[in-house]
Design a protein around this ligand. Structure first.
Ligand code: SF4
Length: 416
């Protein structure tokens, strides 16, 4: 059940001596040095300095002008590293992957930070977390019930929630205070959306414009509430009544959705409420505020720009469960280019093989993905991908041409 007043809960947390939301200043320099050494790449810096273009032999790499770690991810990682130094002898937990990147998560585990596991029914198992343990909330945030649980258990909490995510929560708070239903553009089971929806009294999560159009038709023309529940049962607050709970709506979003689509959905609902209630009454039935994170926006804009170059093939790097990476891949495919979403360098294998994840499918292996002869490759990466990974991918691609029959050292394929 939703907390009676999530805003009061957040306020209470902020004034608590066991809650840390600004990292630990005394370990900042040390953490930044470690992050620099672990995740930065000289090669990528060099390519940035060369107008995002780099040629070796007949392969030319074009990098997007904005890619990789966003500000929110760097901040979350920095806080996690600082927390390790601040609490050297304590068990530290993260309530989920701090970000969706396998390399980063492996490093954190090597630092002795443990990830909360999910039980087969998808619920998180907090039973092993003792009151004396330290708990990190990831960049996606934590749900209201998780906040209540750790606060009541007395854990020390290191909150790395990205301020862009909290900005959406503030918006949902406003919907709640005005007794509006929050319509959230996102994936109902994505960690960030689970947290965001927990702040709403009433909510409905729509995945895309198609779902939003279905809901808009329902608002204007009515429909069968049972069909609505069948369709959106998992994506609504408990006891959601589409005939009652869609009279006043506010728009919110998962920060990493396709920006264009979020805007289109907000516009669609604005027009819908305008048609239903008229301009005089619109404010009483509709609320919207732009909550798209600017890092997501920059990366998507840079992807569109990258695709204007004369590319033969695109490689999009990022965790397979990373929402913002998947959207970059969608943009590449929308332009009709062959595009491969990979999660790291091990996906590139000699002689000319790639393990990649087609949209909405499980990963597959494709042979002969790199065209013969001179080739122009566009590369971008999601907001949770370190530059070091981008460098390794680039080197693996060059190695396909330079040592066609010899696997690069230590390159046992992952999941082949
Ligand atoms: S993608 Fe945006 S919302 Fe997500 S962590 Fe980065 S800056 Fe924050």
């Amino acid at each position: 059940m939703p907390h009676s007043d999530p805003r009061a809960l957040r306020k209470a947390l902020r004034s608590s001596s066991t809650y840390f939301a600004k990292g630990f200043e005394e370990y900042k320099d040390q953490a930044q040095r470690e992050l620099q050494t672990t995740y930065k790449s000289r090669l990528v810096e060099q390519i940035r300095a060369q107008s995002y273009r780099y040629q070796r032999g007949d392969i030319t790499i074009h990098l997007a002008k904005a890619f990789g770690f966003c500000w929110g991810v760097e901040r979350a990682l920095e806080y996690a590293y600082e927390a390790r130094h601040r609490f050297p002898d304590r068990q530290i937990w993260i309530t989920n992957e701090i970000i969706h990147n396998p390399l980063v998560n492996r490093h954190l585990q090597e630092m002795g930070i443990r990830f909360v596991e999910k039980s087969p029914d998808g619920k998180k198992d907090f039973s092993q977390i003792r009151p004396e343990d330290v708990v990190i909330w990831p960049a996606f945030g934590a749900s209201v019930s998780e906040m209540e649980f750790f606060r009541s258990q007395g854990n020390e909490i290191v909150d790395t929630t990205c301020p862009w995510v909290s900005r959406v929560w503030n918006q949902v708070d406003k919907h709640r205070a005005a007794q509006f239903t929050s319509i959230i553009h996102g994936k109902y089971d994505h960690e960030e959306t689970v947290a965001t929806s927990s702040f709403a009294e009433k909510y409905l999560v729509v995945l895309n414009l198609e779902e939003a159009e279905w809901v808009a038709r329902y608002i204007l023309e009515g429909g069968d509430p049972e069909e609505f529940r069948r369709r959106f049962g998992k994506a609504t607050s408990p006891n959601f009544d589409p005939d009652r709970d869609l009279e006043r709506i506010g728009i919110a979003n998962q920060t990493t959705m396709l920006e264009e689509e979020t805007r289109a959905i907000a516009k669609l609902f604005e027009i819908t409420m305008l048609r239903k209630y008229g301009p005089q009454e619109l404010d009483k039935h509709f609320m919207s505020f732009n909550t798209i994170c600017n890092a997501t926006q920059e990366r998507q804009d840079a992807m569109f720009e990258l695709l204007e170059r004369p590319l033969d093939v695109v490689v999009v790097i990022g965790g397979f469960n990373s929402s913002n990476t998947t959207h970059l891949q969608e943009i590449a495919l929308s332009k009709g280019l062959p595009s491969y979403h990979i999660d790291g360098p091990d996906c590139i294998q000699p002689p000319n093989r790639i393990r990649h994840k087609p949209l909405h499918q499980d990963p597959i292996v494709t042979e002969g993905w790199l065209p013969d002869g001179p080739v122009q490759i566009g590369i971008t990466s999601g907001a949770s991908t370190p530059d070091r990974v981008v460098e390794e991918v680039i080197l693996r691609i060059f190695a396909l041409r330079e040592q066609p029959q010899t696997p690069p050292q230590g390159s046992l394929p992952l999941g082949f």
